[in-house]
Design a binder for this molecule. Sequence first.
Ligand code: UDP
Length: 361
Amino acid sequence: MKKIITIVGARPQFVKAATLSRQFKLLGVEELIIHTGQHFDANMSEVFFEEMEIPKPAYQLDINGLTHGAMTGRMLEGIEEILINEKPDAVLVFGDTNSTLAGALAAAKLHIPLVHVEAGLRSFNMQMPEEINRILTDRISNVLFCPTDTAVKNLQREGFDNLPVKIIKNGDVMQDAAIFYAAKAEEKSTVLKTIDLPLFILATIHRQENTDSPENLRNIIAGLNEINRQTPVVVPIHPRTRHILAQQHIVPEFKLIDPVGYFDMIMLLKSCEMVITDSGGVQKEAFFFGKHCITLREQTEWVELVDNGFNILVGSDPAKLKSAFEVLSTKHSDFSMDLYGKGSASAQAVSEIINYLNTNN
Ligand code: UDP
């Protein structure tokens, strides 16, 4: 039986890992999960394992709250030790966090086949830690699962056609999660009762370029305060953002709630009027649930959303935010376009991983 080690650490990775883990179980592949501990609050981590029935991590590294270098370095050391002992047939990493890069480096140096899910995405902004993590991880991966045609083209432009790697466009595993868990969310979530608002805008803010710049954060909050006077804004607030708001004495006038679990998030996405976010995943989820999105960034990796008019990029400019809000408030779009696959990305990925290991090991 093949043995895969999956490395996760941050909230978006739990959502992505959930869909692959289900497929591993269905196909009888042994999967061991390493949780680096990058996100550790119960509502940023445990709730996802419980709701999405992700197998309990075999290893918990508990590495968090450090600078990028210290965090990545300690993760690399911890993961390497586990890989040496466990000798997996492949290592699986997701997305673009420090956990992704640490896992990728550990596997590649030990010559263990490395699989990257959500490969090929680029913002072309090298100031973003995520951009550095994803470029480096892609370059040392053996199997690259790309969610979109743009992601495949990005890799081709970087010369990946000349490398001995396998590039597969399989669609987006977050689309799989949204489809699979939507009915369970309807059944289990109580968040709509709790917030008790007939109409609302859902917003999230956590990207470093916004939270680490007091000016950007102040501008975004001012823009959201203004929108809130028209339609209530609800923000499940990331712990880091909450901390910085208090530190900088920035006062939101809209509703802040603690981070919610995935089921609650699905219900908020399904029921809101519009989404405003700097999250990567939430931009796509807005589309999955038929909502327009305003993105609080200057670039996005999910360019097809912008190209097709579902998403407007406004950076941290409150005037642009307001005018995008006016435009999208009256816009009617057909969200039935197939941009991210139809919910079979994780099944395809797992069968391709098995094929790869059968032919290359
Ligand atoms: N999410 C959630 N609860 C929240 C905020 C986000 O369940 O309070 C989910 C969201 O629906 C998505 C994932 O977390 O599936 C995205 O994580 P995040 O925005 O932290 O990271 P990014 O996608 O920007 O890397």
